[in-house]
Design a protein around this ligand. Structure first.
Ligand code: NAD
Length: 487
């Protein structure tokens, strides 16, 4: 069954001024499951006007009341969790347990920021004249936030922006990915409809049209975006002349390093999870694997056995481990990376093909004899490929990890404390996982270094990014000062 779903602006359904629609497909069947309007400048204008009109009321709503509204969104979401997860699975593709996890994490982030938002983070600082002056550091909302979200974790990565932005007192205009707009609309219009009109709005449409119009709108003071480096660079160039506050969470090319002391079997288990969760469509997926040269064959055997035991299938089916890729063009990119690596001397140990069935499936693929210069070790693959390279010393591995221009995450498997400390001190990555890859912590800031952008989500940093700082210097009297003119 296919549904048409209008946009959500000021708590009302809105269709686009043009009659153009974007289709959402089930990537496991290639069937269209619904359509959303291809919004553009007009719809962005309308949504930003609604968010601007709601801005002052929301800003001066008590933090405790904002917290209660966020908790109510959690309660509503829990009542609809099954439907929401089912739609998410049909529209996005990953295995249902991973979708359930995504939805639960998204709700935890709402709870976390609801509570964190109750605490002010401003402070009173010492004054030059302590008895007659007051100096305050205020943390204030920016106003209207544009939240631009990718398709790989559409609820989670929205929640990481929406919850802190609202808790901090901002109003929000969301631009979901073209691929996952149905789930976003379902969640927001059903579970956030108790917020005052204009506080939470959704404009659907293409990135280059609706997305860019949102970035360019003068009343949008913060652009919080997760997506590719190329899109982040484009957004930065559009926003720069207006000096907007940018919060960018961009692409990754995470390394997974197996230390010489590591246990091969559990390292292979950890890697399968780190590389194949969401069919490898995770910004922090392990995409560059470094194994000591002496361990290469044993490790390749262990990871191959693990991968061959996984079940590829529709995310909605019980027992599926790895779902389809979200769209055919992403599968084409993985195939291109594998083919280029093979042409330059790499060897496919398992996988490498597209199963003969409907849906955008790509077999989980293990490659050995991989070199850092190959495209599969340089560009973000964002798919179920595990390219294995070898190294001779841990310092050499660290240098090769750091040679890449992106710096989102990195994982080390080791029980050697000296190796672990050397690794986490030197690696240029926003998150370092020792032994337990891909695990987030709500109190732990998440984000990248270098080309990945410097934004941080989660933790107090994830709230701070939606607050601007003001210093108030208050002399309690109007008395003249002896350092004023004339000298
Ligand atoms: P994308 O860059 O193609 O799109 C992301 C969002 O930006 C979408 O909503 C899109 O419509 C919008 N957009 C595109 N062009 C735009 C423009 N000119 N102006 C404004 N908005 C525009 O990314 P994607 O394919 O949706 O997501 C995959 C990428 O996201 C990968 O590179 C992945 O690594 C990255 N990602 C990063 C993180 C992180 O936390 N660092 C998390 C998840 C995904």
């Amino acid at each position: 069954m296919s549904t048409d779903r209008p946009m959500w602006i000021a708590n009302e359904h809105v269709t686009a001024t043009t009659d153009e629609w974007l289709t959402s497909e089930d990537p496991a069947t290639e069937r269209v499951i619904g359509r959303v309007p291809a919004g553009g400048r007009d719809e962005v204008e309308r949504a930003v006007a609604a968010a601007t009109a709601a801005r002052d009321t929301w800003r001066f709503t008590a933090a405790n009341d904002r917290a209660e509204l966020l908790h109510e969104a959690v309660s509503k979401s829990l009542q609809r969790l099954d439907e929401l997860v089912e739609l998410l699975t049909r529209e996005q593709g990953k295995a249902r347990p991973e979708q359930e996890e995504e939805a639960e994490w998204a709700l935890t982030s709402l709870r976390y920021y609801a509570e964190l938002g109750r605490n002010g983070s401003g402070r009173v600082i010492p004054s030059a004249e302590p008895e007659t002056q007051l100096n305050l550091v205020l943390k204030q909302p920016y106003g209207v936030v544009g939240a631009i979200v990718p398709w790989n974790f559409p609820l989670l990565l929205l929640a990481w922006k929406l919850a802190p932005a609202l808790a901090a007192g901002n109003t929000v205009v969301i631009k979901p990915s073209e691929l996952t707009s149905l789930t976003t609309l379902e969640w927001i219009e059903r579970c956030f409809d108790h917020f005052p009109p204009g506080v939470v709005n959704v404009v659907t449409g293409r990135g280059a049209e609706a997305g860019e119009a949102l970035v360019a709108h003068p009343d949008v003071r913060v652009v919080a975006m997760t997506g590719s480096v190329e899109t982040g660079q484009r957004i930065a160039s559009v926003a720069a002349p207006m000096m907007k506050h940018l919060h960018l969470e961009l692409g990754g090319k995470d390394a997974f390093v197996v230390a010489p002391d590591a246990d091969v079997a559990t390292a292979a288990d950890a890697l399968a999870y780190a590389a194949l969760f969401n069919a490898g469509q995770v910004c922090t997926a392990s995409e560059r694997i470094y194994v000591p040269a002496a361990m290469r064959d044993g490790f390749a055997e262990a990871i191959t056995a693990k991968v061959e035991g996984l079940r590829l299938g529709p995310g909605i089916e019980a027992g599926t481990d790895v779902g389809p890729m979200a769209a055919d063009r992403f599968r084409t990119k993985v195939a291109r990376h594998v083919e280029e690596a093979v042409a330059r001397g790499a060897r496919v140990v398992t996988g490498g093909g597209r199963p003969d069935r409907p849906g955008y499936f790509f077999e989980p693929t293990v490659l050995v004899d991989v070199e850092d210069e190959m495209v599969i070790m340089q560009e973000e693959t964002f798919g179920p490929a595990i390219p294995i390279a070898t190294y001779d010393s841990l310092d050499e591995a660290i240098d090769r990890v750091n040679a890449h221009p992106m710096g989102l995450g990195a994982c080390l498997r080791s029980s050697d404390p000296v190796a672990v400390k050397r690794f986490y001190e030197r690696v240029e990555a926003g998150t370092v996982w020792i032994n337990d890859p891909l695990t987030d912590n709500y109190a732990g800031p998440f984000g990248g270094m270098k080309l990945t952008g410097g934004g941080r989500e989660l933790g107090p940093e994830g709230l701070e990014t939606f607050l601007q700082t003001k210093h108030v210097h208050w002399d309690l009297s109007e008395a003249s000062k002896d350092w004023w003119y004339p000298y």
